[in-house]
Design a protein around this ligand. Structure first.
Ligand code: 5GP
Length: 190
């Protein structure tokens, strides 16, 4: 049986990284796709673990060769999901999570309507700004760009199958778990 594909999106600073990390620790049988990006690695990031850090030339070559299931430009960098990895994982019967932004989510949902889309919402935009500043990983210009993107993303998030508000981490985690368990059980009962 084919694996189930979950697409998780949420604006920068919403805490989806922490949420997903905790979720995956509790659910080691679900895989997470590693994206390619032209963004520079942050201090704590490792090539092949957080992302495949790629030059713009190599990314463009991969686009030409139709290697991406989806790709998008976000805050002046490119991000993309390799088609091969997704197809192989699902064909092997493994469930897979893509943690991608909303334009990419839309592309995948159009190609694979059975994919389940989940949007992680901030309690409000002010909280998002405080979190984004608090992690000290971006300069002011980048923070402003990401806040603008966030407003656009929250709007797009209204079209997702499910929404999870990340106010209290434990509650958000439990809601995410319920959604994914429900969808995985649908597969079993089919
Ligand atoms: P960051 O630079 O903070 O790691 O990621 C910026 C945004 O790019 C996040 O919203 C993240 O979900 C998204 N992203 C990461 N990988 C991919 C991908 O492969 N495709 C798309 N469309 N977005 C991605």
């Amino acid at each position: 049986m084919q694996g189930k594909l979950f697409i998780i999106s949420g604006c920068s600073g919403v805490g989806k990284g922490t949420l997903l990390k905790m979720f995956l620790e509790k659910n080691p049988d679900i895989k997470l796709s590693i994206s390619a990006t032209t963004r520079k690695p942050r201090n704590n990031e490792i090539d092949g673990i957080n992302y495949f850090f790629t030059s713009k030339e190599d990314f463009e070559e991969a686009i030409k060769n139709n290697e991406f299931l989806e790709y998008a430009q976000f805050s002046e960098n490119f991000y993309g999901t390799k088609r091969n990895f997704v197809e192989k994982t699902l064909n092997n019967g493994n469930d897979l999570i893509l943690e991608i932004e909303v334009q990419g989510a839309k592309q995948v949902k159009e190609k694979m309507p059975d994919a389940v889309t989940i949007f992680i919402m901030p309690p409000n935009v002010q909280t998002l700004e405080i979190r984004l500043r608090g992690r000290h990983t971006e300069d002011e210009e980048t923070i402003q760009k990401r806040l603008n993107e966030a407003k656009r993303e929250i709007e797009a998030g209204s079209k997702f199958d499910y929404k999870v508000i990340n106010d209290e981490l434990e509650i958000a985690l439990s809601n995410l778990q319920k959604i994914i368990d429900t969808e995985r059980n649908k597969n079993v009962n089919r």
